[in-house]
Design a protein around this ligand. Structure first.
Ligand SMILES: N[C@@H](CCC(=O)N[C@@H](CS)C(=O)NCC(=O)O)C(=O)O
Length: 256
């Protein structure tokens, strides 16, 4: 995974939430090229040696979904409604659906289609095909749900929708993206999500990275990354830069 963190779906999930609430944040670089994620300092932040890790004053956490919910709760964002138990539970239902049903096939497809070539290995078409079949079964359920209400948890947008952004972004930009045409409500939902400013800001991370770190040389744009995917060696050579994945709140937010 060296050099892969700039494409991190887990980091993107958190960044979407930071952008949604308008938080000020500092992006701290974790240098994958020297395996900084395996150093004791980073293991102390994330015991699995993964990104992202997140710090709010002396509170340090990991796991992108938990980090995202922490941010949304702290800002009392409507994206994570907490006042009404049933509404809150519907958000949890669809977050669990994403984690347990949606992510398994889509993450396997994206791993094969996107990440394997970056690591110099060849995608396994059989794996992709098998997971596409599973993914279609999941999409059928989503289509039915989204024909009943505009968003997954109901007629209001929530973190349950936004959490789908990172993998879906990759998928929609892949050669299989046209699959969404067969699911009109799902397609409309995705286009609606994509039109949110947090996504264009986050596409992915560009604005803040450029602002926060003058050494940042790469604009992260998932579709661009995808289009630029070329024969393995060339891609491997390109993937050699640092990324900013340990996210730390600035003082202002700590006082919220
Ligand atoms: N469940 C974790 C997954 C984190 C994760 O898989 N991070 C990847 C990048 S997307 C990573 O750090 N990989 C490096 C490794 O596992 O060595 C989360 O959502 O935060």
């Amino acid at each position: 995974m060296d050099g892969m963190d700039e494409h991190s779906t887990a980091v993107a999930r958190v960044l979407v939430c930071l952008e949604e609430v308008g938080a000020e944040y500092e992006i701290v670089p974790i240098d994958f090229t020297v395996k900084e994620y395996q150093t004791p300092a980073h293991i102390a932040r994330n015991p699995f040696g993964q990104v992202p890790a997140f710090q709010d004053d002396d509170f340090v956490i990991f796991e992108s979904s938990a980090i995202s919910r922490y941010i949304l709760s702290k800002y009392k964002s409507n994206l994570l409604p907490e006042d009404d138990l049933r509404t809150a539970t519907m958000v949890n239902v669809w977050l669990d659906v994403e984690y347990g049903q949606y992510n398994t096939p889509i993450s396997t497809i994206i791993y094969d289609l996107v990440f394997k070539p970056m690591m110099g290995t060849v995608p396994d078409q059989q794996i992709v095909d098998a997971n596409l079949e599973n993914f279609k079964k999941v999409l059928k359920v989503y289509e039915a749900r989204l024909s009943q209400c505009k968003y997954l948890a109901g007629d209001f947008i929530s973190f349950a929708d936004l959490s789908h952004f990172p993998y879906t972004y990759y998928f929609a930009g892949s050669q299989y993206g046209s699959l969404f045409n067969s699911y009109p409500h799902l397609k409309a939902w995705w286009e609606d999500l994509m039109s949110r400013p947090s996504h264009s800001h986050t596409e992915v991370h560009k604005t803040h990275l450029e602002k926060c770190c003058s050494s940042w040389k790469f604009s992260i744009n998932f579709s661009k990354v995808y289009r630029q995917m070329k024969p393995n060696r060339e891609v491997r050579d390109r993937v050699k830069f640092r990324f900013h994945t340990s996210i730390k709140f600035l003082d202002k937010l700590s006082k919220v």
